[in-house]
Structures are given as C-alpha cells and as structure tokens.
Design a binder for this molecule. Sequence first.
Ligand code: PEP
Ligand code: MG
Length: 752
Amino acid sequence: MPATRVLMNNLRQVMAEDGDTRSRLDHVVRLIASTMVADVCSIYVREPEGSLLLIATEGLKPEAVNKTRLAAHEGLVGFVARTAEPIAIEDAPRHPAFSYRPETGEDPFHAFLGVPILRTGGVTGVLVVQNRTGRTYREEEVDTLQTISMVLAEIVHTLDTSPAAQLAPERRARGAGVANLKGRIFCEGLGFGRAVLHDPVVPAAKFFAADQIAESERLNAGLIDLRASIDRIMMIDGAALGGDPRDVMEAYRLLAEDPSWAEKLHEGIRSGLSAEASVDRARREHRARLMNARDPYLRERLHDLEDLDNRLLRVLGGEEGKPKIKGDRSVLVARRLGPAELLEYAKSGLRGLLMEEAAASSHAAIVARALGIPAIGGIENLTTRIEQGDYIIVDAEEGMVHVRPDDVVYDAYKARVGLRSERQARYAALKGLPARTLDGTHVSLMLNAGLDLDLDMLDQAGADGVGLFRTEFQFLVSETLPRLDDQIKLYQRVLERAAGRPVVFRTLDLGGDKVLPALNLQREENPALGWRSIRFALDHRGLFRRQLRALVRAAGTGPLTVMFPMVTVPAEYHQAKALLLEEIDWTGRQTGKQPSKLEVGVMLETPALGFSMQDLAGEVDFLSVGTNDLLQFFFAADRMTPLVSERYDLVDPSALRFLKMVADTCKAGNIRLSVCGEATASPPVALCFAALGYTSLSMAASAIGPVKQALRGVDLNAFRAGLFERMNKPNGSFRNQVLALAAEHGIDTADS
Ligand code: PEP
Ligand code: MG
C-alpha cells in the first residue's frame, strides 16, 4: 500500500478516537515520522499576530514545544507560511532563509520538507519533516504531506494557543474572541445573526473515503455534471446574443476540461481522500496562491479556478451541501455572490450580508439594497476570519462588522437598534405629510429604484413617485439578456405599482462599473470614461430600440417619462430622442396605442452638458442631476476608488456655483430641475439643491424621512440668502459653514 494510503488510514483512526487535541497531535507527528522514515516531524501553528509556535514534534527536543516561536517571516518555516507553497531542500542550513534555534536541537538535520497548513483561504500553520542526512524528497512525498496537512488543519483549527489556554480543551474557533472588521456600506442598516458561509464547507467527518473506486466514480459524475451546466449557460447566452459571448464562459469551460485539474483531484482520492476533500484540497491551494498573487490577470484566473472548485463542491454535495439559512437570524458571508443566488437565500430571510467583493455596484449589492438587507462589502480576507455559526453584528450604519461580540458590544448594538427604530417611527409619522418648507416651497421627494422589489418602498416611505428607475438592473440580475416581453412586463408592473404617481424610466446605463458578462465588453483602461451609458446604447441600436419599444408598449395609452443617462453633447440627446419618437410612431401603427403624454429628460452627469442646456431649451422637458457621476467628473475623482471617492464634496462653492449656473439656464429655458444621485440623501445637501431651485429630489427610500423632516423645518428663502452669501465669500471648510447654517435653521445635522 502506498505511504499516503497507510498514513490516511491511520489518520482516519486518530481522527475517530476520543482524546484531547494535544495527544492527537503527538500521535500524528509520530505517525508521520515513522511512515515517512523521517527523523523529525513538527507542527507549527500561526498565532493571531502572525508568529509561528511549535506545538508538536517528534524528533526535536520536547521542551521546545509551546516555547519555540518564530517571527512571521523567520526561517524556512516562516518562508513556507509567507509563500503558502511547499518547499523541499536537501541541505537546509545552507538556505538563505534558514534560522537556527538551539533550544530545538535541530542542528544535525539537513533535509527539510515544509508544507503550509491551509484553511479557508489562509495559512494557519506549517507541517515540517526533517532528515539527518541530506536527501531529496520525492514529489509523492510532498503531495502526501500536503494531503495530511489538510486534515491537520481541522485539528489545529480547534486549538487556542493563547498562553492562558495552552492546548486547553477544544474551543469553538481558533483565536475566538471579538474581532472587528471594516468595510464599505452597500445597504444601510443594522443586523444581528449567526454566520452562514456561502462557499461550501467540507466537514472533517467527510474527509476520508472508504471505497476509492466509488469515490472516483462520484468525482467523474460530478465533473460531467459541472461541464454540462457550463455548456448550458453558454448555449442560452449564445442564443440570446446571437453574437460572440465566448470570453468568460469559454475560459471557464477550458478550465473545467483541463485534464490536469481532474487528474489532481483523482490523485487526492487515490491518497484516501473523499471526492469533496480532494476538491477542497485544490481549493485551499488556489486560495492560498490567490492571496499571494499580485498580477490582476493571474488573480482573475485563480478566482475562476476557485469558483470552479466551489461549483464542483456544490454539485457533489447536492441538496445536502447547500448552506442552511435559518428563518430567524442568519448573516450570509460570501467572497462574492451572484444576484440570483442572493435572491434565493433572501427567500428564507436574512439579517445581513457580508462580502469580500468591494464594488458597491456589484450585482449582489444592488439586490441587497432592493431587499433592504443591511450589507457591507470590501472586507479583506473576510472568509478566513469568520467561522460557520459565529455570532455577527452587521453595523451597516458605520461600515463595521463585529464578529463574536462580547456583551458590551452587543448591548451597545441593542441600544443603537432602539434609537434607529425611534427615528424611524418619527419619520413614519411624516409619511402622509407633504415636503413643504416653512415658507411654502413644495419639494417632490421621489424614490430611486431598479427592481420591482424596490417598489414595496414606495408606500412605506411615502414617496411622491419614482424619480429614477434604473432599467439596467433587470439586465444585471438576469443570467441572459431580458427579452422584449420581459422588459414590457417589468415596466408594466412598475407603472401599476406606482398607481398613477410619476415614474421616470432611465434608459439603459450599461458599461462603466455596470458590466454585463453576456455582452462581452472589451476591457478598458478607464471604464468610467469609456464606452458606456448613452454612448453604448447609441452604438447598440438593436438593444436600445428594443428597450424603447418595451417602454412605449408598457405605457400603452398612459403617460410616459423617459430620461437619457450621461448625455454629454446635445447631438446624443437628439439621436436618442429621435429613436424614441420612431418607436412611438411604429408602436402606434402596430397597436393603435400611443402614450397620452410624453416627457423626455436628460441626466446631468458630465460638466460639458451643463454648458449646453440653453441649446436644449424647448426640446428637453426636464434635467436630472446624477450627482454620483457628476461628482466624479467634476472633481476628476473616480467613484470606485475609495481613496478619492469621498475626498471631494458637492457642498463646495465650485460645484454649487456650477449647479446654480445650470439651474439659472434651465429656468430661463423652461426646463424643470431635479436631482437623482445619492448625494441628496444627506439633508444639508438636499437643502442646498432645494435652495438652488432643484425642487424634485429622488433618493433611496431610507433617506426620504430625514430629508422631509429637514425640509419641513426650514425657511428656504432665508436659508438660500445665507447660502448665497457664503458661496460668494467662502471661508474655511465650506461644508462646516453650511452645516452651521443648517443648524441655525434648526436642522439636525448630527449625522451629516
Ligand atoms: C448618478 O450618476 O448619480 C446616477 C444616478 O446614476 P448611477 O448611479 O446609476 O450611475
Ligand atoms: Mg450615473
């Protein structure tokens, strides 16, 4: 029997035995040393600060156990931990990374083989064998040790290496205790629950396979299913596009069919692992390499490989392997997540969502917002820091995650939940009241939406209508391109649920950060400045016309309001509007129905358009400021780059002067003024816009209450006078000046 099988059989027995972790580890190192004919076998575990502690050895001095501690990058052990790769050396003392520790008595040992102990994405320790004489370790031996290290990871994981608990009885999680993680808020709110990991977890009990042949067959069947599912996706997309959607899925298929991947998985089974454990072993290696890889192309490929491992684990696990969401309190933890997957989980109720993925525009983030699930993204190494079942507080008011909170943190959280509900009760009381300022200016407060799920909020928030319906979301959350009928149905549902309140449909705003894999867009250096939005729509006439047709058909004989995104020069508006008019004409001839009233608007997202509004007088009904994009173009600060995205403020004399100039031009040209970017969610910013004459503000549902409260409490004329005075003579931080002014007007600016 090959050495690995012998070892795995013995390990299986050790795992099944009763006994504490320490004696198990001692048993394991003895087993490895004798089976591999090694003079030394040692295990080092990585402590929370990164140092590596010797926790078991056969062959080194026993007194060094729990004493010898190497700095994170010290010696060959540190080298393995840092690179997350195995290393085999004939003459270790001559290696530049070698570090000599006399207390271990390791001087006579020359040959060194070290492999990382990997668990959910990180190196948790290092397993080492050493031989007195210089010798070359064979590839199978390296492989054997890697397989064993995976089993060891599960044992080591239960250790608490803190001095107080030196190898004390098992605890639920290594390094258990409060951990605070920071991320970006994807959907505001507070939530508490137990962690449910999205990526499949292979329990240690399922590591070993008794019947190698049956396990190999299971793996083969799993691989066939996996390839078939990829082929299916490719076929559906291909048909919908009629074009060339190869890129992403083709790369996926190639990887899935790569014989060396399958061979590696079979090799794991031959060494005694179950099919799942063998895939898990590959996944650990891919993750570890990913953590070290800097090159974006390589990272992307490693991500693909890991996705493939996860897919295969799901296929192998079937229903049983699916993460279980408990109806009561679950927080979903994922590296990344497709929108459809999130919708599926959300059906069973979720209290929060945490993602490693950093883009607030990611599709899952969009769905989380539509569902109102408190969500935080951009949390580094998230999945290595949270264990299945950990208690978690999702503080998506501050962008903090508290893992395994203690009582103090939990009590503070409870108090915040109380305050939040009090605030919400105050806002709810304003629901039926108009947003009219003390001096009688009426401001329409509208809802930003993108999925029909969002529309539940129309009544709950007391919105006057939908000021921005992001039609591209339907495209982003479906696996294939929505057909004409799908689009018509969605728009009809939106109009029905708005029940006579105005709805502004923004036409497709794809490209930039809203990437549709099915459209196979080319990579761009600066996607925000690239082939996106109306530029993209005008160059994809078929797609664009189909959408315009759907809008016209959905309106039937009712009113229709359409807005074009990111218009930069009037010609783009003229072309888009001409296409819309053609579709109205065509639909009229086909169905005998035409919208009773048509209103067409432009979004102000590029500064250039601000200087052309006079040329659009008489042709455009309204203008809506897209503050998210305008801010990035006005200040030349990428909205996707956290280091600069919050650096500039719209509440700045330069931006406000520009917006005033635009407002004055539009008023002269009889063009109505509105705003639909996220900036107006902040009450002082909303007041500034209202003061400049933008009297229709569209925002997320959660912002409507606070903004309405501020507007109802302000004398807008007096506020305007104060604002203009400060704009003419700015002095120090302009935002602080405006906040002080708002406070003078009795506005609560505590959170601004
Ligand atoms: C904006 O840019 O402000 C806007 C509303 O559009 P989006 O955020 O969808 O790009
Ligand atoms: Mg925009």
